[in-house]
Design a protein around this ligand. Structure first.
Ligand SMILES: [Zn+2]
Length: 161
């Protein structure tokens, strides 16, 4: 059996904090399992593929649509989120995934994330993520559970493929 954490979530061998936010035969959306930043989402194809270009057009389309809806939902629901970063590296978890990383206003006070006057997004992501890799607090688990109900409702009206 593979040790891929994403596949373990799909096989229900591991429950992400607050539960799965969305899953069907093509896509999986969960909260980050170890970084305590509320709204930091991980979006993957359900099938174990390791590269963006290994995904089918259907998977790519659904991932695009779901990322748009998730970002809309979280930025509209939580007005302290300025914007979302979307990135993919695949260095730790090989199962292809996008990080949907919320940039909160408080993050802009972090040292060493600027180049001149400009925010270095990759530095911000890397630094905040490393500093917050402490497991998800009980408060945030409860917040995810609460948000899941509203998110389900939002998706039922908007997630049409
Ligand atoms: Zn996998």
């Amino acid at each position: 059996m593979t040790k891929c954490v994403t596949c373990q979530i799909i096989r229900e061998e591991f429950k992400p904090p607050g539960g799965i936010l969305f899953q069907d035969q093509d896509v999986l959306l969960c909260h980050s399992i170890d970084v305590n930043i509320f709204g930091y989402l991980i979006l993957s194809p359900t099938r174990h593929v390791e590269n963006f270009n290994d995904m089918s057009l259907l998977e790519i389309n659904k991932i695009s649509l779901l990322s748009r809806l998730a970002i809309n939902f979280f930025t509209l629901s939580f007005n302290n989120i300025d914007k979302y970063y979307i990135c993919s590296f695949g260095e730790v978890t090989k199962h292809f995934h996008f990080h949907l990383f919320p940039r909160y206003k408080w993050m802009l006070k972090t040292d060493n994330i600027y180049v001149g006057d400009l925010i270095d997004g990759a530095k911000l992501f890397s630094k905040i993520r490393r500093e917050s890799m402490v497991g998800i607090s009980e408060d945030n688990v409860n917040k995810i559970k609460t948000v899941k109900l509203a998110f389900d409702e939002y998706l039922s009206k908007n997630f049409i493929v």
